[in-house]
Design a protein around this ligand. Structure first.
Ligand SMILES: Cc1cc2nc3c(=O)[nH]c(=O)nc-3n(C[C@H](O)[C@H](O)[C@H](O)COP(=O)(O)OP(=O)(O)OC[C@H]3O[C@@H](n4cnc5c(N)ncnc54)[C@H](O)[C@@H]3O)c2cc1C
Length: 428
């Protein structure tokens, strides 16, 4: 391999910061330049809809991905408020919005994505809020006043987190979801049903299976927005938070001629995070990676995926072998529940439940295990993260499990997992 003395990282978010750190950890001492178009040093986005949004009367929590002196002490050239406008793969050069041209031996695209928008809800309207950045979170937080009513468009994890945080601040909330149930893309119907009961317990109004037929937006922030639903319901809201997913930022990659996956819009990368250009890699929310288990391309939007792909891309850029990516894991905090998900949703899973689905409980606690042919492929844990960790080896290796034993609460999950592993290790 030719020697590498200059690595350019485009984007200054989660994957960028983790990749810069991993490059140094793996012994790379050459130049690292990180270019980000936001004004802030890399920060964690998960708190934006949780503790940052809730910080109305409390100090905003610290959310930096790395300690403040990291970039200086690790000699990483961090350039903020600057956009990479173009890449010239044949010259291995990038053009920045300040006119600078930067050469690179390897380039990592860690460009994340932007909130997907709806034409009926232009971001320019004073009543409309999208949530992707720290600045977005601060703007939405300023609209969360006790006794006011907000509408949340989108019943995915992000929309529900916004609703939960707003309710916690004494704000009235209506949630509108066009699908027949919340979280439809990621969890089974039995989990959605439990979540919908929980949402109702907390006093939010939930409209599922509802198209928004008409929207009236005010000219100034003092006036309410009005959402007319297909069934005639009219929702009057001081603000509308729209959370309908992510549009991966792939313009740069596309115009540089890199392969972008038409099925999901992500930059196509292999298991080593290599793009279709031998000197350009990609990591995080902007990627579409073909999975070894399904041979299908997948775009994951999760904190863990950004970290794992950043670590793998750093090794690959240095020509080193990387540990394979960890089994997919996701978490969310909402409605006083810590919800963790191991594995990915599949339409062919049958779910078994351990624990009570009492949605009115002060601290609900249960695990759902999604089985196919008696083997687990997805697990959902509510306030049971420790138990989920114990189950991880069973999912990673798709070991057969006994449904009745899993549901029997007289046996701990740890003992159950050990027994299943022991059985799998028994010859014959
Ligand atoms: C509100 C919110 C809550 C979330 N909650 C959870 C959660 O509970 N659990 C979970 O697992 N995940 C959660 N996520 C998802 C997680 O935060 C993301 O998956 C992760 O941040 C992705 O990291 P990334 O580095 O790929 O992208 P980002 O962190 O988005 O970073 C990309 C950066 O690149 C910049 N950029 C783009 N193009 C250019 C360019 N041409 N030049 C310069 N800079 C550029 C962008 O502006 C951005 O700053 C949440 C996300 C949000 C927004």
């Amino acid at each position: 391999m030719t020697s590498i003395s200059s690595i350019l990282i485009v984007g200054a978010g989660q994957a960028a910061a983790v990749a810069a750190s991993a490059l140094r950890d793996h012994g790379y001492s050459g130049r690292i330049t990180v270019v980000g178009n936001e004004a802030h040093a890399p920060y964690e986005r998960p708190p934006l809809s949780k503790s940052v949004l809730a910080a109305v009367d409390t100090p905003e929590p610290a959310i930096a991905v790395k300690a403040p002196d990291f970039f200086h002490s690790q000699q990483v050239d961090l350039r903020l408020g600057v956009e990479v406008c173009a890449l010239d793969p044949s010259a291995r050069q990038a053009v920045l919005s300040d006119g600078t041209r930067l050469g690179y031996d390897r380039c990592l695209l860690a460009t994340g994505g932007t909130a997907r928008t709806l034409p009926a809800f232009p971001a320019s309207s004073p009543a409309v809020h999208y949530l992707r950045t720290l600045d977005d979170a601060r703007a939405l937080r300023a609209r969360l006043r006790p006794g006011q009513h907000i509408a949340v468009v989108g019943g995915g994890f992000l929309g529900l987190e916004i609703a939960s945080t707003a309710l916690g601040l004494g704000v009235d909330v209506s949630i509108v979801e066009t699908a027949p149930r919340v979280l439809a893309r990621v969890v089974p119907p039995i989990f959605s049903a439990w979540m919908q009961e929980r949402i109702a317990q907390y006093g939010a109004k939930l409209y599922t299976g509802q198209a928004i037929a008409d929207v009236q937006l005010p000219d100034d922030a003092g006036q309410p927005a009005i959402l007319g639903l297909a069934d005639g319901t009219r929702i009057q809201a001081a603000a509308v938070a729209v959370a309908i997913g992510l549009a991966p930022s792939t313009l740069l990659a596309g115009s540089a001629g890199l392969r972008v996956d038409m099925s999901n819009g992500g930059i196509a990368v292999d298991a080593h995070c290599r793009s279709s250009d031998p000197y350009i890699y990609a990591a995080g929310d902007c990627t579409s990676q073909t999975r070894a288990d399904t041979a299908l391309p997948l775009r994951l939007e999760s904190w863990q995926n950004a970290n794992e792909q950043a670590r793998i891309a750093a090794c690959s850029m240095l020509g080193q072998d990387a540990e394979p990516a960890a089994y997919p894991w996701f978490w969310t905090d909402q409605f006083d529940c810590n919800i963790q998900m191991l594995g990915l949703p599949r339409p062919d899973l049958d779910y078994i439940v351990r624990g009570s689905l009492d949605s009115a409980s002060d601290s609900p606690r249960f695990i759902m295990l999604g089985l196919h042919g008696g083997k687990p492929y997805q697990a959902l844990a509510v306030n049971a993260g420790g138990d989920l960790r114990a189950l991880r080896p069973l999912l990673e290796r798709a070991l057969p499990v006994e449904a009745a034993q899993f549901c029997d609460e007289s046996m701990t999950v740890r003992a159950f997992a050990k027994a299943a592993q022991a059985l799998a290790a028994t010859p014959g």
